[in-house]
Design a protein around this ligand. Structure first.
Ligand SMILES: C[S@@+](CC[C@H](N)C(=O)[O-])C[C@H]1O[C@@H](n2cnc3c(N)ncnc32)[C@H](O)[C@@H]1O
Length: 407
């Protein structure tokens, strides 16, 4: 594809917004696409793909362009140029681009970039493009499995849809979207994978609430609660409601769902999404300290704790979090997870069940928290089962879930 100066400049500007102004990659791309309505489909795809690829391979590209130690303004044009040079070697089936003779690339030496690329391949944290501290933490916690997980987390994920069974079935949805566009996923009764990336949220079927975009790993969590009709379910870290909506579909308008969070704006979004999905048995509560939890002691048949976490299981979708996460945040978030698990469990009735879930590949946020909980409350709680999805093994995002029962 012939390179257009305007598009390359837009990629460089987007990187500046992400790395200098610290903005979220998906927001930056969305805004750029919205404000450049004249770009055709190929241009739009070029911009989105190149921004995400460069964010994903940021450390590797800085290394090959000899900017490894420039943290502030590394020269975004040269970064884009270096990526265009190594991309055909680094990604399968990537189109090669002839770099035009533009002044911004005057000092970019193709031979140096290619030689440094070969050197980089021998150093995991550079070839796999992760910060030193993250490579150390993951390698310590996962051992040899980290190599494969890292490789899988660096592959972009295709969008997975969940048919909203309050309004349709998976087969009807596949008919509507076109069978050539989608694939089924064995073991996930409501899931469809889109064969090609596209903005499905613009489709009328989405506006009508016939489906949600939800990764396959995430679609395993609500069913893990073992929900029966008529139950009262609390989703205590409900956010904008991805799992609340799935719980609603499993309850089939029987029973009730109480969705809680500390962020009112997320619950407001949840309420809108629930209305679109046709779910009528949901209420929301903004958590204001532990009193909100104590008031609900012993009221839930089922409790979902989809706790805040590092998000290291979903790096395929949010590659910029590799650069935004900090070690101190990990310590802080583990403490919050423990506070939630040890305090919120009291909302479950005797004999009721709870799922503790994370989208992290780290045992310290997942298995180890659950083990600590079971050791701290041996007379009250028992583990029924636990499960992990692995980006390397399953091709899903990396989720963890543990099902526990109150004695
Ligand atoms: C992993 S996200 C939840 C995603 C959501 N369940 C979904 O499926 O879309 C974790 C949520 O926990 C919320 N949170 C953070 N601290 C909390 C706390 N102390 N109690 C309850 N929720 C909390 C965050 O605001 C965030 O929405």
């Amino acid at each position: 594809m012939k390179l257009h100066r305007g598009l390359v400049a837009a990629v460089a500007d987007a990187l500046q917004s992400i790395f200098v102004q610290n903005r979220q990659a998906d927001r930056v791309v969305e805004q750029l696409l919205k404000s450049n309505k004249k770009w055709g489909a190929r241009d739009r795809a070029f911009l989105a793909e190149h921004v995400y690829d460069i964010v994903r391979w940021w450390r590797l590209i800085k290394y090959v362009s000899e900017k490894e130690h420039v943290s502030d303004q590394p020269g975004f044009w040269e970064i884009v140029g270096a990526w265009l040079i190594i991309k055909p070697l680094h990604l399968q089936n990537a189109e090669a681009n002839q770099l035009p003779d533009w002044s911004e690339w005057m000092y970019l030496r193709q031979d140096v970039v290619l030689a440094r690329y070969q050197d980089a391949l021998a150093i995991r944290k550079i070839a796999g493009s992760v910060p030193d501290w993250l490579d150390e933490v993951c390698s310590r916690e996962l051992g040899d499995a980290w190599d494969d997980e890292l490789a899988a987390l660096n592959r972009p994920a295709l969008p997975v849809l969940r048919a909203n069974t309050l309004k349709t079935t998976r087969d009807q949805l596949a008919d509507l979207l076109g069978h050539e566009q989608v694939e089924l996923l064995p073991g996930l009764p409501d899931a469809l994978v889109l064969k090609k990336r596209q903005n499905v949220q613009q489709l009328e079927s989405y506006q009508q609430g016939l489906f949600e975009v939800q990764d396959a790993g995430s679609q395993l969590i609500a069913p893990y609660l073992d929900i029966q009709p008529g139950m009262s379910v609390i989703d205590a870290c409900a956010g904008a409601g991805g799992k609340t909506l799935h719980i609603g579909a499993l309850l089939r308008q029987t029973g009730s769902v109480l969705s809680m969070d500390v962020e009112p704006f997320k619950l407001a979004e949840l309420t809108k999404r629930a209305a679109r999905s046709g779910m009528t048995n949901v209420e929301t509560i903004v958590i204001q300290g532990l009193d909100s939890i104590k008031n609900l002691a012993g009221t839930a048949d089922r409790l979902l704790l989809d706790v805040p976490c590092s998000g290291l299981g979903v790096l395929r979708r949010n590659p910029d979090s590799k650069w935004k996460l900090k070690p101190a945040f990990l310590d802080q978030i583990r403490k919050i997870q423990w506070d939630i698990l040890s305090n919120y469990a009291a909302m479950v009735k005797k004999g009721g069940k709870m799922v503790y879930a994370t989208c992290s590949i780290l045992p310290s946020e997942s298995e180890e928290q659950v083990q600590r909980f079971l050791k701290s409350f041996p007379d009250e709680w028992t583990l029924i089962s636990e499960q992990r999805t692995s980006p390397a093994r399953d091709g899903f995002d990396g989720f963890y879930m543990a099902l526990m029962q109150r004695k």
